[in-house]
Design a protein around this ligand. Structure first.
Ligand SMILES: CC(C)(COP(=O)(O)OP(=O)(O)OC[C@H]1O[C@@H](n2cnc3c(N)ncnc32)[C@H](O)[C@@H]1OP(=O)(O)O)[C@@H](O)C(=O)NCCC(=O)NCCS
Length: 397
């Protein structure tokens, strides 16, 4: 069989919505806004839906029988298309892309829609069942919310914010350094909008409102202006008394979706479709759960080895920036200079809608690689529970 490469021929995201009531996507379940993105992306890319072999999506916050299948049905795609959902916690959207590339490279599929969608706002509450079928006495339901964002109890049970404090302490990263990174993240994201750099990647969506008719949501609502950022030094630390991490130096709770159309080089050639990037290699690695923010260090080293590249070969990097402290520690360990990382803003400005983020990084990265003519780009992220995931892309033009 002819060797297949996994090409991305189109990709897009929704604008990122602030989490919680009042956020633009708060009145929509993730499968509804995810479906809107898939539908619009398929139309925009011009592919025949009947060509799609599979839909692979990351989704972490929901409680679905199969989120990807639900999403593709909501999108009105043919019932003959199967779908499956990936859970590598924070890196689920990136892992979904890696899984799509693997299926294409081994010849199991020719066209795959892949990415992720998540509503942190609408994360369900779980109530544990009683241990016995018909218990006697009174029951006290224990509601479990946010279980996804703590390390397991056997590894200290730290919340993700506490793991950011652990990293800041180990690497002596000051609050001031974290705030500088946060300020720059917002500045770059604002500039990207002003310069029209997000126009190609963002697909608007009509959203319901608590009062009045629907409105068009077409711009990230998490980016702050200079006036708002002035308050940063006065914010309280949230996760540890006497700590350094604040709401400003954490990625905000958000809702969002991002997806790409992936195609084998052979099928794209037959259809006369041009790729933007090809997936070169992907890798994940595990680290101590209490230092989950350091996950990208080993994942990046692993993926670069697989790709036969070094950090010096990378022209652009998209990094999830869950917290400023973990981003700074990883840049230091990997020898990454911030001028090639998150050039259009990072998670502190653009949020981290868990299962969608890896695809959001990929979409932002590939358009910027194309604009700058950068040959190799990397998307990488830390993962709650103590992992890192990384994917290397090569520009194909
Ligand atoms: C950090 C966190 C707890 C903050 O939640 P929150 O308190 O609801 O956040 P808010 O957006 O309301 O911010 C709190 C305050 O800080 C202010 N603030 C937030 N970011 C700011 C910034 N960059 N500059 C200035 N002020 C800022 C807000 O305006 C708000 O002020 P107010 O209380 O006067 O209204 C939450 O964003 C979080 O959990 N983030 C991490 C999510 C996570 O773990 N993801 C997984 C990663 S692995």
């Amino acid at each position: 069989m002819q060797q297949q490469e996994a090409w991305i021929i189109d990709g897009a995201r929704l604008p990122v919505a602030r989490g919680g009531m009042g956020g633009a996507l708060s009145l929509m379940p993730a499968e509804k806004f995810g479906a809107h993105l898939l539908k619009e992306l398929v139309v925009r890319s011009g592919i025949d839906p009947a060509e799609i072999d599979d839909v692979i999506l990351g989704n972490v916050m929901g409680a679905y029988l199969c989120f990807a299948r639900l999403c593709l049905l909501e999108a009105g795609l043919p019932v003959s298309i199967p779908g499956y959902t990936i859970d590598r916690n924070c890196a689920s959207g990136l892992q979904a892309i890696a899984a799509g590339a693997q299926a294409i490279r081994c010849g199991d599929a020719s066209v795959i829609l892949t990415g992720g969608a998540d509503s942190m706002t609408r994360q369900p509450w779980f109530v544990e069942k009683p241990a016995t079928g018909f218990p006697r006495g009174s029951l006290e339901p224990r509601v479990l919310a946010g279980g996804r964002v703590t390390a397991p109890d056997c590894y200290g049970g730290d919340s993700m914010g506490e793991t950011a404090e652990n990293v800041a302490e180990r690497y002596s990263i000051s609050r001031h350094q974290q705030e500088d990174l946060a300020r720059e993240s917002h500045r770059r994201a604002r500039l990207a909008w002003e310069q029209g750099l997000f126009d190609q990647e963002v697909i608007p969506i009509s959203v319901p409102q608590a009062k009045g008719g629907p409105r068009l949501f077409d711009r990230d609502e998490t980016i702050r202006d200079d006036k708002q950022l002035e308050r940063m030094p006065s914010l309280p630390t949230i996760f540890r008394q006497g700590g350094t991490v604040t709401a400003a130096t954490s990625s905000p709770v958000t809702d969002g979706a991002a997806a790409v159309v992936m195609m084998s080089s052979v099928r794209a050639g037959q259809l006369g479709l041009k790729p933007i990037v090809r997936v070169v290699a992907s890798a994940s690695a595990g680290v101590e759960p209490a230092y989950m923010g350091l996950g990208p260090i080993s994942a990046v080293r692993k993926v670069l080895k697989l790709a036969g590249l070094s950090v010096a070969d990378l022209g652009l990097v998209e990094f999830n920036e869950a917290f400023a402290s973990q981003a700074l520690a990883c840049y230091q360990e990997l020898g990454l200079t911030h001028d090639i990382v998150n050039v259009n803003g990072g998670g502190m400005a653009l949020g981290h809608p868990i299962g969608a983020t890896g695809a959001r990084l990929t979409v932002t990265l590939m358009y910027e690689m194309a604009r700058r003519g950068v040959r190799y780009g990397l998307a990488t992220m830390c993962v709650g529970g103590g992992q890192g995931t990384a994917v290397v892309y090569e520009l194909v033009q």
